[in-house]
Design a protein around this ligand. Sequence first.
Ligand code: GLN
Length: 189
Amino acid sequence: MKIGVLAFQGAVREHIDMLLKLGVLPIPVRKREDLKGISGLILPGGESTTIGKLLMDSGLKYDIIEMARDGLPIWGTCAGMILLAKHIVNQDYTYLDLMDIWVRRNAYGSQIDSFIKRVPVSPISNSPLELTFIRAPYVEKVGENVEVILELDGKIVAVREGKLLATAFHPELTEDLSFHKYFLELIKN
Ligand code: GLN
């Protein structure tokens, strides 16, 4: 099985390494041809403004939107969550416009902009998972078809809408493969 990883910027290598550990074939995606034959796509963290611009320049944006509407599973981590959102509450434009979530960019502010938490994430793992937040967004509100996977200190930080998954944190920066396994299950089911 081939899984695309959008490879413009950010934590690309880390996602690729985790996919290799799980025995699937990661495909770095930079141009439209790279999307051919993938069964899922990961949008890594980085800077959403930069990645959003490169999505436009590369021509990938509308291909990804069309493939998502045809059921392609997509997982966005951190900046990837912002790229997927239909609503960005502190910005007047959006990117892929696919998930019915109201995201706030850089939501934790500059004082505590990066932190790690250890919590159980019930549908994904019974043992506590390490969650790494780096200038992370969180979700303020979700549409009716969106499942909240995790709320942390009153903020929504992991959501699923059909085959679309978004996490405000970076599982690829930990040693734990649980989230990647969960995404692969989402693809298979
Ligand atoms: N702050 C970044 C943004 O707004 C996201 C940070 C990240 O992906 N770690 O796009």
